[in-house]
Design a protein around this ligand. Sequence first.
Ligand code: SF4
Length: 209
Amino acid sequence: MGDIVYYVRGNKKKAYLNITPNYECTNDCVFCDKHMLEGAVQSNLYLEEEPSLDYIVNEIKQKVDGNAVEEFVFCGIGEPLIYLDKLINITIYIKKEYNKPVRVNTNGQAYIIHPYKDVVTMLEKAGVDSVSISLNVTDAREYNLLHKPKYRDVFNDIIEFVKDCNDSAIETTVTFLEFPKHNKKEIYEFTRKLGLRDEQVRFRPFITR
Ligand code: SF4
């Protein structure tokens, strides 16, 4: 089994949690390079079966240094909010045992994955402090080309999720990979229309091999 808990450059202050089996995701992004990411974080993130809540909690107990950790981040390869109920229970456990901030990195498709659940309220109540939603583009056509989503018409639902997170107590960030053709001015105009301040927009370097 791959790693549930991993660190970036050995930094024990930020414990990353990888809970999604089989790299499961609702996208098939053209830029998703699983092996490059695993190399960068020096971890095997392939979970060949769904880890139980007990297994995850046990891994956290064993691998997280309670004196060093300052934040927990759900961010594996794959989409963590597919396993919403488990993520909620892990968050409740983290809050009780460590009382540290919890962030969820997501592709923002929770409303399509869980159409009958009030996802944002659930995250808020469990104690999730922040979400980072990967947007990368500002329109549906480009989104589909780049991310090859499993579901149809996902872009509007992602935008609704962004807005609802931003209206909640959860600190909300949207991220854009820095593609060469991106016009940052246009991106800021778009995100301002969603009600986001410019500080809530983060650009991430686009790395190719
Ligand atoms: S959303 Fe993330 S994990 Fe899913 S395919 Fe895209 S880059 Fe990979």
